[in-house]
Write a protein that binds this ligand. Structure first.
Ligand code: TNX
Length: 524
């Protein structure tokens, strides 16, 4: 058994610490730098408090937010440990016994809003950051420095030693956009199930949750000006089981839960294709008669198209854009735009331009799948480079568009791990953990330097209808994508990644998360 602290630890006289992986092998995504300390590390006890400190005036404005992060951390640690872990506003920057969360505007500017510094030694754990977001990311690292049972939602028997490995971590993300998408149209997931999904993303320091809210099989968000969308368009899902939708209050609760974990919600309404649920609800928008009988419970797509022109269709998109902009604090509205097979290219480009203009007028930045590149702009989500789409994307980026990388052959979490796998699809190939990890978001598609905003892993749900099924597709591939988005290019190494990934299995088991025990990963 290796000891916490590993190669650099074990100096003479050090108190024994529980067996486990080396410190550097416990953190996913791998931080910018990890220096293992020596000695016993910090043991959580009945005296441990989570401490925040009121600092300079600029910092004080954020004191409430820091306190909330401290409460979140304490709450998560109380459940498995049974320790009282009070939250106190009395941290001593020099290091009092406990876990201190400190805003420090004097940290290097390169730390950014999400970067943090974490040090642990026998006297305590200190996390410092320039912004609350960085403190939150640092608390996720702290979870990984504790034994895996810390993820248990229930008291852990056998009184394990809750010791934080001695270490100094300096960390910040490579990209500002690191996301995952959940398709709640093909199968609907309740607000609580979406919260569970958010928990998994937060653990790996993702910062965007993209919700695919409309498609041929269902419309999933209440729009008061267009009641038929939910009365008609939300009733079913793939395979004919009952569908569902989010009320404004449900959606705002998801947004709030995400915000508390420093994730921005990106709502998507897919237009003008993938629109059968809209056409079923408002048949007057179906001037080309492309709709299929409702409810539509199959998985084939590409047939449905909104009226390409006319006041009615843009009055409809305006109603939707206005309400989504009202409910969404984040900067983005995603308008889909993929797989429109029944509209002339000029009409399509004009459609995208008009709806993008509505989004801009509502004060938001439009996002579209990469097919919108010719008429679009703002932010483009790359998924499919076939048929010259990579060239269109490059041209749009040269005109200033930013790009989120979601290559279907690498980052689609609904692809099977291997042929014969019981869940998922294979149209973009099979994606094992190696394939999910072994690519570079900056160079996969030739683009002007600086165009890539980040990465996103979409989880389409044609074949997935329970949280357990989401989990086995997500884990262990989501951490691969998270590492590509967070960790520096130079730090990427399949060998080291899979070693670190192997340590996550015990965490998922403690948390009650299902995962796919792929033999590419050397599970202990
Ligand atoms: C393609 S990716 C789609 C989705 C499907 C997915 C299944 C994209 C923009 N469109 O409608 O759900 O493949 O993998």
């Amino acid at each position: 058994q290796r000891a916490i602290g590993g190669e650099d630890a074990g100096s003479a006289g050090a108190v024994a610490v529980p067996a486990g992986p080396r410190t550097a092998d416990r953190i996913v995504p791998v931080p910018l730098s990890v220096a293992a300390g020596s000695g016993p590390g910090y043991r959580l006890t009945g005296r441990t408090a989570v401490r925040t400190v009121p600092g300079a005036e600029a910092v004080e404005r954020q004191a409430g937010e820091v306190r909330r992060i401290a409460e979140q951390l304490a709450e998560a640690l109380r459940r498995p440990t049974g320790l009282p872990l009070p939250v106190a506003a009395d941290a001593d920057p020099a290091g009092a016994d406990g876990i201190s969360l400190l805003l420090d505007p004097a940290l290097p500017e390169a730390t950014g809003t999400e970067g943090y510094r974490l040090t642990a030694d026998a006297t305590g754990v200190r996390i410092t950051a320039r912004a609350p977001e960085g403190l939150f990311r640092g608390t996720q690292t702290l979870r990984q420095l504790l034994p895996p049972q810390i993820e248990s939602p229930r008291p852990v028997g056998g009184a394990p030693e809750w010791t934080v490995a001695p270490v100094t971590v300096e960390d910040r993300p490579r990209y500002g956009y690191r996301g995952a998408m959940l398709d709640v149209t093909r199968h609907f997931f309740t607000p609580d199930e979406v919260k569970g999904f958010i928990d998994r993303l937060a653990l790996y320091k993702l910062n965007h949750l993209h919700l695919h809210l409309s498609d041929d099989q269902g419309w999933r968000i209440e729009i008061p000006a267009r009641p038929a969308l939910t009365k008609v368009g939300a009733v079913s899902e793939v395979d004919g089981t009952p569908g569902g939708f989010y009320t404004a209050a449900d959606y705002q609760e998801i947004v709030r839960y995400a915000q508390e974990r420093y994730l921005t919600v990106v709502p998507e309404i897919d237009l003008p294709g993938h629109s059968n649920a809209i056409l079923a609800s408002y048949p007057e928008l179906d001037c080309t008669k492309s709709a299929r009988p409702w409810p539509y419970t199959g998985i084939e797509v590409g047939f449905s198209t909104l009226c390409p022109t006319g006041d009615e269709v843009f009055a409809f998109t305006q109603d939707v854009v206005t309400e989504l902009a009202r409910l969404t604090p984040g900067p983005y509205l995603h308008l889909g735009g993929d797989e429109v097979k029944k509209m002339a290219p000029a009409e399509y480009a004009e459609f995208v331009k008009r709806v993008n203009a509505q989004v801009l007028a509502a004060g938001k930045t439009p996002v579209g799948w990469n097919q919108t590149a010719p008429g679009g702009g703002g932010v483009l989500q790359f998924w499919d480079g076939r048929a010259g789409r990579d060239v269109e994307l490059k041209e749009a980026a040269e005109r200033g568009a930013k790009v989120i990388m979601s290559p279907s052959g690498r980052s689609y979490l609904d692809m099977k791990y291997e042929s014969g796998y019981p869940l998922g699809l294979v149209w973009a190939g099979t994606i094992d953990v190696w394939t999910a990890y072994s690519w570079d978001p900056d160079t996969l598609v030739p683009l002007p330097a600086g165009s890539v905003l980040g990465v996103e892993a979409p989880l389409w749900t044609e074949t997935l209808d329970t949280p357990e099924e989401l989990d086995v597709m997500l884990l262990p591939r989501l951490p691969a994508l998270a590492e590509l988005g967070w960790s520096s290019r130079e730090s990427h190494s399949w060998e080291r990644f899979r070693t670190r990934l192997a340590e996550e299995g015990a965490r998922w088991e403690a948390a009650g998360y299902r995962y796919e025990k792929r033999d590419e990963v050397p599970w202990p």
